[in-house]
Design a protein around this ligand. Sequence first.
Ligand code: VG1
Ligand code: CO
Length: 540
Amino acid sequence: MMNTVATKPFDGQKPGTSGLRKKVPVFQQPHYAENFIQSIFDSLDDFAGKTLVIGGDGRYHNREVIQTAIRMAAANGFGRVLTAQGGLLSTPAASHLIRKNGAFGGIVLSASHNPGGPHGDFGIKYNASNGGPAPEKITDRIYECTRVIGTYKISDAAPVDLDRAGTVKVDGMTVEIVDPVSGYSALMQTLFDFDAIRDLIKSGFTLRFDAMSAITGPYAKRILEDMLGAAPGSVVNAVPLPDFGGHHPDPNLVHAKELYDLMMSPKGPDFGAASDGDGDRNLIIGKNQFVTPSDSVAMLAANAHLAPGYAKGLAGIARSMPTSCAADRVAEKLGIKCYETPTGWKFFGNLLDAGLATICGEESAGTGSNHVREKDGLWAVLLWLNILAKRRQSVADIVKQHWQEFGRNYYSRHDYEEVDADAANAMMADLRARLPKLKGEKAGSLTVSAADDFAYHDPVDHSDTAKQGVRVIFDDGSRIVYRLSGTGTAGATLRVYIEKYDAKNLGLETQSALYDLIAFAGNAAQIKQRTGRAKPSVIT
Ligand code: VG1
Ligand code: CO
């Protein structure tokens, strides 16, 4: 039976880069998740009788909210809910399921790389019928709905057994529970040369994939071990845990340090990779060779034609503004366009839908293509393996050859986490006000040639998005970018991105190559005075 429950407008902040993210206890408050889910439904039109995909990354509180979302979808008039066993869907697999089944949209429960568990983070995100994160015009509408909501609709039907594949009814609505991996692995087989990768592995090539006790475990085990023949145990931390084993499921050099150390040691395998909480990010490390995410986008784009799914070439490349310009050089050589978008995968959706871009990437370890409308961690791993299988060179050799051909974009991101939000906002406002004065200032031998606040004009729907990060650009193309994170759940996180191009000196240590720019970045924004922090909390 359907119930209408009285509720009040809720104080959830405007959803950030990737939906609404809060601590688990916030989501556990009465009516909290219900309010947000009803606000999503209230912002949408004409979904009666249609299909909604629901799934999440398995983090703490996942099952409860999936059951709630199913009962609310039934009461709001959806015709069918599609989910996976255990409610477990990686973000890219959810995107694929939406697209393949012509669903109206999907609800993805995840806080991505943020920690989980009873005191960790939780999140709810809406994806549209193209399989991608809702564009700003929808997230704005959802926000408006949260401010006026008065009731939500929910069925009082019994919980669904999520572990049994098959079809059940919740009031009048069908709930279909599918195997989470099979659709996704079938898609991967259409894109990559599985035979070539199998041959590579058979020839003695070794790998390790760290699933970080998060969602990609079952996907990676089935694809890398069962289908491609990697030795059993190549996939580690393969069982998704509600608290990710107490770790941050963030595939960076801090949280995937064990993998990094192994890859730098003589007993390491040929190839190492990791993914995040919801499976959309990737970390790639060859034997003794870390690949920065910005470089990885460029190298994948330069070699994508070696994989069957991209043999016809790329329509274009797209990267987020703070991502290094390495991909631009590849685009130039390929004679295709490189689009520059604000941070967040939702901005790639229109470019992919319109066929303007084939491969997209972000400096934050996100890479993907037009096969889905989310970034895709395992996809990046498989494309690397496909390239390695065809080129039969080490990761380190491929990286070095790329730099020789295109030059090297030295790149680093400095994060100042959990700083006081008011102080961070004031710092950014002040920096924005002083931008015109920065022109002509010097960082070592470099001179500031332009300083602005990045604004994006979408070439497809012609929407405009302003204030997407402060850019300081130098005469040789070096850049410093400042922006505040849209995904944190405590205080503010300041991100400073530093980049310098060098065509000749290819073997420098990154932080020293960027030394003058790093010093300039701190002074120009008065980071220490404003935030009280003498150094960043995370350097990647
Ligand atoms: C971060 C990254 C951004 C990414 C976003 C979501 O956002 O910088 O590149 O798209 O996380 O990634 P922010 O606003 O904190 O800088 V994930 O793996 O949540 O889906
Ligand atoms: Co993620």
